[in-house]
Design a protein around this ligand. Structure first.
Ligand code: XMP
Length: 324
């Protein structure tokens, strides 16, 4: 009979047979649930012969690289290398304002950095890395073989598909028969912390598509702080689990405000929170007014460069979840 416990045993055996006694495997981790569950399963199967690589692209959430390192290395025993490539990404993003260009630059730079890092991980006996781990889920498999969903045709989603062709690696996809809720269940059985298992999705191009207009270190820092405060308040209010995805966007417009007896002229943060089952359609989340009031006050008071906060009350369609 099919149970998740049996799935773990079967999958670990299958991985060991497939990889054999000596070959090595690499895989990218993002800090999200799918790649973490896949990495943990691989670590259970072959230990340190699995090499996880996390690329810090400079547009991750506040303290994200450190947190992932702590969770995955100290917490889960995963053999992880974190690569700080933020300068490289931010340099390439200079002067770019078009959302699709941002996605392409980030996707291509990611592949480049990942390949370079993978090259540095040479197994001791001089053999090559043979396999690439991917946290592909069943819905991704269906989508890529049958049709392109609306969000795919509207926005180019960043993924690591290009890695395979260049690197001549064989693919391992232990989650390819599972749905998201099953991956979460699997994650809990593998001892992955609850908050990580139930984390909202985060797009590959990260904060670059949440800083509208040009992406600079300064703009990313503002968007990051606002987002951090927003998510912290959502958690404190006990609302995180009711929301499918929430984040802050930094708009490239200036607005007049007043702080004390000083006139201010600074940027605008837009908050987004949605409820959805499939991300193809979504409704905005009906926060209590008191909650919005508190978050707006905190963001304007605590984040330099922000004069005003708005809440996005547009459904998908006609809007998309992300602003870019
Ligand atoms: P949209 O904005 O298309 O978002 O309504 C639907 C879901 O997809 C995520 N999203 C992305 N994820 N790379 C990703 O990995 C992308 O380029 C990208 N664009 C949107 C978005 O966060 C939401 O969960």
């Amino acid at each position: 009979n099919w149970t998740m416990e049996n799935f773990i045993d079967t999958e670990i055996k299958r991985i060991r047979t497939l990889v054999g006694p000596t070959a090595e495997v690499i895989g990218a981790v993002s800090g999200g649930v799918d790649s973490t569950v896949a990495a943990k399963l691989m670590t259970e199967a072959i230990g340190d012969r699995f090499h996880a690589i996390m690329v810090d692209n400079g547009v991750l959430r506040l303290n994200e690289a450190e947190n992932v390192k702590k969770n995955l290395v100290a917490g889960l025993g995963i053999n992880l290398t974190v690569v700080d490539a933020s300068d490289e990404f931010l340099d390439k993003l200079k002067g770019v304002t078009d959302p699709e260009k941002k996605r392409k630059i980030i996707g291509n730079t990611f592949i480049h950095v990942f390949e370079r890092e993978a090259d540095k991980i040479k197994p001791k006996d001089g053999t090559e890395i043979e396999f690439l781990l991917q946290g592909t889920l069943y819905p991704d498999v269906i989508e890529s073989i049958s049709f392109k969903g609306p969000s795919q045709t509207i926005k180019t989603h960043h993924n690591v598909g290009g890695l395979l062709e260049n690197m001549k690696l064989k693919l391992i996809e232990p989650l390819r028969e599972l749905f998201k809720d099953e991956v979460r269940h699997l994650g809990e059985l593998l001892g992955i912390p609850h908050d990580l298992v139930w984390r909202h999705p985060f797009p590959g191009p990260g904060i670059a598509i949440r800083v509208l207009g040009e992406v600079t270190r300064e703009q990313v820092a503002i968007a990051r702080k606002a987002d951090y405060i927003y998510i912290e308040e959502i958690r404190k209010a006990g609302l995180y689990g009711q929301i499918s995805q929430a984040f802050a966007c930094l708009l490239p417009v200036k607005s007049v405000g007043v702080m004390g007896d000083q006139r201010t002229y600074d940027q605008v943060i837009a908050l987004r929170a949605i409820e959805t089952t499939d991300f193809m359609t979504a409704d905005w989340f009906p926060f209590p007014h008191e909650f919005l009031k508190k978050v707006a006050a905190r963001i304007v008071n605590e984040v330099d460069g922000v004069a005003r906060v708005t809440y996005d009350i547009t459904s998908k369609p006609p809007a998309t979840v992300e602003w870019e």
